[in-house]
Each structure stands twice: as structure tokens, then as C-alpha cells.
Design a protein around this ligand. Structure first.
Ligand code: UD1
Ligand code: UDP
Length: 348
């Protein structure tokens, strides 16, 4: 049987790498990896294939950056040709990017079977491009793999329960696999010491595209009691001017996944608007502040492990002071989500 993996943006390389490792253990599966080209810088794309031991993409659609509609349409047009040629038994799409929706739309319109890994996530904020991508993708795919029971419940409420399965989170599988491997492989940047820095990432459109909000955010981060290490997403790099970056903000290029796990492990706390980073902080028992008004990963809010600090509040310092944490639950599965997904695809 043939499984065609659609990837395009940073978190999808990590998710697909987990599935790919399992797929390659099953001799009867032929795997085809299609990279849409949504992310293309070496440290936003190639580094993940190299360090996560994933085969290079068989096909790169090379769409590059564009507006939402243009990017989605370009991927669809180019994807259609690939799908007609490859005729996969299953198409796998991940997460909630434009590559996810475009891949799912192109495939379902050809009556190919498509599954959605990380289905059922909702922020209930339709201003987010990702929310539109998720809802549309879940409604058109044939099978939905939910990472948590909560996601499964949300899918049921939308009438999608019959085609939904709880399998756990492939990002949890990944973290368990790599979390010890990173030790001793990296060193902290100059001026940064273990447990004496905050680690921050910012790339969400709602934070970057409102320049006043972005400036305020950098201003608040610059006032904290420890330096803030920021591997900066190219989107944010393009929006923020040097003059808003105070001396206590240590800006570096985006890092690879393994280095990021290392940086999370050594930080005192995490500040982020990333979906993946909120969970990695939780898995590694690092307190997290989510720089947004809402989160899809509501499980991480329990026990003070994660706080929402949107720009309407001035809560950053207050929430950073909290240092009592409740027990964690096994919300994200047993670390074998990818095995469950591949087993389903092979037997259906
Ligand atoms: C996308 C996803 C988002 C995901 C994020 C992961 C959508 C709608 N958004 O957001 O859900 O969390 O990826 O990181 O699909 N750029 C570069 N080099 C690159 C890639 C991007 O310079 O390799 C710059 C370009 O100026 C581009 C901008 O970043 O216009 C935004 O990239 P894009 O892929 O459109 O969205 P992300 O913000 O990365
Ligand atoms: N990540 C990374 N290098 C970075 C920033 C993030 O490897 O410089 C990883 C992070 O550890 C997580 C994933 O990328 O596994 C999250 O991707 P991102 O924040 O881009 O997207 P989101 O999860 O918000 O969709």
C-alpha cells in the first residue's frame, strides 16, 4: 500500500518524522513524502529532515510564502498533479496550516482517502487562520486522529464522532523518543545560564501583525528578572525593529528540534504563542506562559503548568511568580500514537 505524507511547515516535519519512523518498519508500505515548500529556510525545514532521520521529501512543490488564499491555491494546484500520478491509498495531513487544508482539499476532491493527524483542536477564535484550516480539514477528511480525549469530545460535538479516534499525540511520542538524546549535545548561548533564563517563541499572526501589540510584548519581555532567549521565527524577525529589542533579550536564529528540547529543559520557564511549545513545556514539566487569549491545549492549564496571558492583561510578572504546581495527567496518550495511526491505515 502507498501512504502519502503532506508536510510544509516546521511542526509538520516533526509530526511526520514520528509517523515515518513507524511506516518504514512496515515492509508492505511505500511512503511518499510531499513537501509543499511553505517553509523553506534551512533552519525552518531541512534541519528537521536531517536531525530527525527522516527521508528527504520525494517531491517539493516549492510554493514559498504568499497570502493565505494564494498559498493554499498554489499548493492545491500542484498537489493535484502529484496525487493523480502517485494514486496513494492514504493521504496523511498534519495540524492546521495552509499546507494541511490544501493537501486535504486536493485529495478529497480526487476521492482519495485522507486522514487528519491532530484533529479536533479548537480555539473558538475564527480570527485565527489555523482555526479555519482545522475546522475545514476535520469536516472533509475520512478519518480523524484526536490527540486528546477533549479533542475527541469536540469532534463529537461537531457531529464528526463516527470518523474520529483517540490515539494520543504524536508530539508526545516524539518528545519521549528524543528527550534524553539531547543531553550533552548542545551548549547554551553566551550570557545564558541553566535555570536563569526564560525561553520565548513568538510567531502567531495575532501577535506579529499588530505592531503595537508586538512592541508591547517585546517591551514586557525586556523587563523580566532574567534574560529572555528568543529563537526568532522569520515572520516576527521581519516585523520587529532592532530599537524595540532591549539588552536582556537574546535573539537567535530558529533552532532545530533537538536544540529546542535542550533549551526548554534548561530554561526556568517558557513564554510562547506556539502550540507545540506549550505541550513540550508540559511534557518536560516546565511552567509555561502562553502569550495568547486562548489555547487549544486546555489540558496544560491544569495545575498551574500553563497560564494564558494575552495582551489585554498585564499579568505576565504576576503569573511568572507562581511556583506551586499540581499533578499532571496522562492526557496525551501512551507515547504510541504513531503506531496506532499506522495500524489503522494498514488495516482499513
Ligand atoms: C505557519 C502556520 C502556523 C504554524 C507555523 C509554524 C499557516 C496559516 N500558519 O505560520 O499555523 O504555527 O507555520 O511555524 O499555515 N518565512 C521565511 N522563511 C521560511 C518560512 C516563512 O522567511 O522558511 C517568513 C515569510 O516572510 C512568510 C512568513 O514567514 O511570509 C510567514 O510564513 P507562513 O508559512 O505564511 O506562516 P507562519 O507564520 O510560519
Ligand atoms: N521549534 C523548533 N525550533 C524553533 C522553534 C520551535 O524546533 O526555533 C519546534 C518546537 O519545539 C515545536 C515545534 O517547533 O516542536 C512547534 O512549531 P511552531 O511553534 O513553529 O508551530 P506551532 O506548534 O505553533 O504550530
Amino acid at each position: 500500500m502507498k501512504i502519502l505524507n503532506v508536510v510544509g511547515a516546521r511542526p509538520q516535519f516533526i509530526k511526520a518524522a514520528v509517523l515515518s519512523r513507524v511506516i518504514r518498519q512496515v515492509p508492505e508500505i511505500e511512503e511518499v513524502i510531499v513537501h509543499t515548500g511553505q517553509h523553506y529556510d534551512i533552519n525552518m525545514s531541512k534541519i528537521f529532515f536531517t536531525e530527525l532521520d527522516m527521508p528527504e521529501p520525494d517531491i517539493n512543490l516549492e510554493v514559498g510564502s504568499a497570502s493565505h488564499a494564494t498559498q493554499t491555491a498554489l499548493i492545491m494546484g500542484r498537489m493535484e498533479k502529484v496525487l493523480l500520478k502517485e494514486k496513494p491509498d492514504w493521504v496523511v495531513v498534519y495540524g492546521d496550516t495552509n499546507s494541511t487544508l490544501a493537501g486535504a482539499l486536493a485529495a478529497t476532491k480526487l476521492n482519495l482517502r485522507v486522514c487528519h493527524v491532530e484533529a479536533g483542536l479548537r480555539s473558538f477564535n475564527r480570527q485565527m487562520p489555523e482555526e479555519i484550516n482545522r475546522i475545514a480539514t476535520d469536516h472533509i477528511c475520512n478519518i480523524l486522529f484526536a490527540p486528546t480525549q477533549h479533542a475527541l469530545e469536540l469532534l463529537r460535538k461537531e457531529g464528526l464522532g463516527d470518523k474520529s479516534l483517540f490515539v494520543g499525540d504524536v508530539m508526545y511520542d516524539s518528545l519521549l523518543y528524543y528527550k534524553e538524546i539531547v543531553d550533552g549535545k548542545f551548549r547554551l548561548p553566551d550570557f545564558i545560564q541553566t535555570d536563569k533564563y526564560y525561553l520565548a517563541t513568538i510567531h502567531r499572526q495575532e501577535n506579529t501583525d499588530d505592531i503595537t501589540r508586538l512592541k508591547n510584548l517585546f517591551y514586557e519581555l525586556g523587563k523580566l528578572n532574567y534574560p529572555v532567549l528568543i529563537p526568532l521565527h522569520p515572520r516576527t524577525r521581519k516585523m520587529i525593529e532592532e530599537k524595540y529589542i532591549s539588552n536582556s533579550l537574546i535573539i537567535i536564529e530558529p533552532v532545530g528540534y533537538l536544540e529546542m528540547i535542550f533549551l526548554i529543559k534548561n530554561a526556568i520557564k517558557i513564554l510562547t504563542d506556539s502550540g507545540g511549545m506549550q505541550k513540550e513545556a508540559y511534557f518536560l514539566q516546565k511552567p509555561c506562559i502562553t502569550l495568547r487569549e486562548e489555547t487549544e491545549w486546555i489540558e496544560t492549564l491544569e495545575g498551574n503548568w500553563n497560564f494564558l496571558v494575552g495582551m489585554k492583561d498585564d499579568l505576565l510578572k504576576e503569573k511568572l511568580k507562581i511556583n506551586s504546581f499540581g499533578p499532571q495527567q496522562k492526557y496525551f496518550g501512551d507515547g504510541n500514537a504513531a503506531e496506532k495511526i499506522v495500524k489503522y491505515l494498514v488495516t482499513n
